[in-house]
Design a protein around this ligand. Structure first.
Ligand SMILES: Cc1cc2nc3c(=O)[nH]c(=O)nc-3n(C[C@H](O)[C@H](O)[C@H](O)COP(=O)(O)OP(=O)(O)OC[C@H]3O[C@@H](n4cnc5c(N)ncnc54)[C@H](O)[C@@H]3O)c2cc1C
Length: 391
């Protein structure tokens, strides 16, 4: 078969390309950026994602940079009291047969990128922004046009071009994104400067009314990645824009000193307004398919958007490999398989966000539950997410 065309060389697009190559299927990946992104942000990878990375033989590249946090330390973000230590580390690896990792995004992308570059079946073309799609119904192939001119044709086009997907605009012009009213500020700080709970080899979560802060070690434990999520009043147009320490300090002023010190230690805050899909529209049309954020934006309150993109890429490659005679048919089968799983994770993420941001008596009740429910029992609620075996 002709190479599969993939728009976007991010987490989902590169996972798909590598997974296709492992099945002996060629692909061409078109990435708008001319260099690998190196933004100051981390990513948590649950066992459902690391299991895929291990199957694709990508562990060696990530391992030196990854940390397997011992636990999730949940704290009251107003009083500063510790509420629970939910087990990760060996416990979750034994339970689900794959580790829970936290890692700098640049390390994950570097591993995927190098694996793609080393693979003769993958052509990775950078600085190529996909702008047009010509996918006449019934035609034998699909043609894409680039912003800088030129075109490429293939039997299938996969739009893995993220939240602001150009492929989605052509496939599904009525698809709308809704700003959630909260934004995420992200930064990375040296771990040696920190003390107390924020410096532990654990994921820390601080819960406050309408705000929460998450942090975890990255770069093999040398640094701490911070995500600070809160409501913001300004017009949320900017995506990945700089934000000052003063604004961050003001927005999270309610947090205890341990957290304010952590926030103050960061130098290069950047901000992402968080978006949801108004509704999940169709992911496929003729010979085109959307995966990852292009198909199904997910609020990051369960740290699963990237994991879903990884599962998507892996499951799509499996589907194409068993249906290579009629690859377009594989797209419909893929959608049937993935739709419910992703919708469940989207819903659970929204619910988690609500719980995180509770106020008043509801927050008191949440904290009491966190203090009293046995930590392992609590974590078993997420078995359906982490125990999932993509394939
Ligand atoms: C604050 C925050 C915290 C998060 N934390 C986590 C977490 O801990 N764990 C987790 O699993 N997920 C997390 N996520 C979600 C995760 O980042 C995304 O779900 C994931 O990056 C989606 O992967 P993707 O491949 O679909 O898109 P992306 O990673 O965005 O990749 C899309 C790629 O397409 C390229 N591109 C865009 N347009 C074009 C075009 N027209 N032509 C060619 N290329 C194009 C882009 O340059 C990019 O490289 C978080 C998200 C946010 C906002």
């Amino acid at each position: 078969m002709l190479p599969v065309l993939i728009a976007g060389g991010g987490i989902g697009g590169l996972t798909l390309a590598v997974a296709l190559a492992r099945h002996g299927i060629a692909s061409r990946v078109f990435e708008a950026r001319s260099e690998r992104p190196n933004e100051g942000a981390g990513i948590q990878l649950g066992p459902n994602a690391t299991r895929v990375l291990r199957t694709l033989k990508l562990f060696d590249g990530i391992l030196p940079q990854a940390v397997a946090p011992e636990s999730i330390i949940v704290n009251d973000g107003v009083s500063g009291h510790e509420l629970a230590r939910l087990p990760l580390g060996d416990w979750i690896e034994r339970r689900h047969g794959a580790p829970y990792w936290v890692v700098h995004r640049a390390a994950l992308l570097e591993t995927l990128w190098l694996a793609a570059m080393a693979e003769p079946l993958i052509e990775l073309e950078t600085g190529r922004t996909v702008q047009q799609v010509d996918d006449a119904a019934g035609g034998p192939d699909v043609t894409i046009g680039f912003a800088d001119g030129g075109e490429a044709s293939g039997q299938l086009l996969v739009g893995a071009d993220g939240l602001w997907s150009s492929v989605r605009k052509v496939l599904n012009p009525s698809f709308a994104l809704k700003c959630s009213g909260v934004s995420a500020a992200r930064a990375v700080v040296p771990r040696e400067q920190m003390q107390g709970r924020v410096s532990e080899l654990a994921t820390g979560v601080w819960l406050a009314p309408n705000a929460h802060v998450v942090h975890y070690p990255v770069n093999g434990g040398d640094k701490i990645a911070i995500v600070a999520i809160g409501k913001c009043d300004e017009q949320l147009n900017g995506w990945n824009t700089a934000i000052s320490n003063d604004v961050v300090a003001q927005r999270f002023a309610i947090m205890p000193t341990e957290v304010s010190r952590l926030l103050a230690a960061a130098e290069n805050w950047r901000q992402w307004p968080l978006y949801q899909a108004v509704e999940n529209a169709s992911w496929t049309k003729h010979r085109c398919l959307l995966i990852g954020d292009a198909a199904h934006p997910i609020l990051p309150f369960l740290a699963q958007g990237g994991a879903m993109a990884i599962e998507d890429g892996f499951e799509l490659a499996e589907g194409i490999s068993v249906n290579s005679i009629d690859p377009a048919d594989a797209l419909a089968t893929y959608c049937k398989k993935r739709y419910q799983r992703v919708a469940n994770v989207q819903r659970a993420s929204v619910a988690n966000g609500r719980t995180y941001h509770l106020d008043g008596l509801m927050a008191v009740a949440r904290n009491a539950a966190l203090r009293t429910v046995p930590a392992e029992l609590f974590m078993r609620r997420y078995d359906w997410i982490y125990g999932y075996r993509a394939g």
